[in-house]
Write a protein that binds this ligand. Structure first.
Ligand code: ADP
Length: 259
């Protein structure tokens, strides 16, 4: 199996850290705002290491059974079907739980024995006790920016992972990323990145989250496709950030100051 390696431009030594964690069987936590490159980074590393990747976007209805598996009816029989986590543990590979704090509490119960040196996954429903192979790795991410006390990772869980902090890439890296992803010319990309910097500076005052690299890529893609710059900025960099008319006016002023 030879996989294409998705484009990822490193910001620091995160690729070397990931590889070290993989080789030494250490679970990894990626912290950082939404849309800053965490998922792309994991996809890139999984392909580089030639490992199967199972990505699960966690949400508040996600239970342990969604990860481990369940008995399903198939042609009149009930058949056990592995969930993505069990699949990775059984066959090796990387399991990435995106926004893990969103998941139900019972998920942490499953993760604990997998994240200490036993590396075990007990499956109560089938009576199996799976031992993770050397090439199994658990990666989770969360966004510490959401100030939700109910949705913090408990210290007993987070201290089972080594952690890398992510943030939006510095301007020179972000320019290269946006240009590569959208095909837009360097000059216009640089303007958008400059605008993103200004908008991010408003985080905490009027905005909960700054504009993400993902949105910047969307904006540049729209411009490259022929949409006038003003409309692209409005659609991809202003409207997604807020519903508040006054805040929007403030953002429009920032846009005018940059262009
Ligand atoms: P997250 O998982 O942090 O929410 P993603 O990994 O989905 O964010 O990143 C959103 C988009 O931003 C990606 O699809 C990619 O286009 C772009 N991106 C961000 N950082 C990088 C990077 N360092 N290298 C390549 N692409 C990046």
């Amino acid at each position: 199996m030879v996989m294409d390696i998705p484009f990822y431009l490193p910001v620091g030594n995160e690729c070397a850290l990931f590889e070290l964690a993989f080789r030494h069987k250490l679970p990894l936590l990626l912290k950082g705002p939404t849309g800053c490159g965490k998922t792309r980074f994991v996809a890139h590393m999984a392909a580089k290491l030639q490992k199967q990747l199972h990505t699960v976007s966690c949400h508040d209805d996600l239970t342990a059974a969604d990860l481990t598996g369940r008995y399903l009816l198939k042609g009149g029989d009930t058949v056990w079907t592995d969930g993505p986590l069990t699949n990775s543990v059984r066959h090796g590979g990387i399991c990435y739980l995106d926004e893990v704090v969103e998941a139900r509490k019972d998920v942490t119960v499953v993760l604990h024995p997998l994240t200490d040196d036993r590396r075990l996954l007990p499956l109560d429903r089938t009576g199996e006790l799976l031992e993770a192979p050397d090439d199994f790795m658990l990666v989770v991410s969360y966004n510490p920016g959401y100030q939700n006390v109910l949705k913090q990772l408990k210290p007993s869980t987070r201290q089972r992972f080594i952690a890398i902090e992510f943030d939006f890439p510095p301007p020179e890296v972000e320019c290269k990323v946006v240009a590569e992803e959208s095909g837009l010319d360097g000059e216009r990309v640089a303007q958008l990145v400059r605008l993103a910097g200004r908008l991010r500076a408003m985080k905490g005052h009027d905005l909960e989250e700054g504009v993400s690299t993902r949105l910047l890529v969307y904006c540049a893609t729209l411009i490259q496709a022929g949409l006038p710059l003003g409309q692209a900025v409005q659609t991809a960099m202003i409207e997604p950030l807020t519903d508040d008319q006054d805040v929007k006016k403030g953002l429009d002023e920032v846009v005018l100051a940059v262009f």
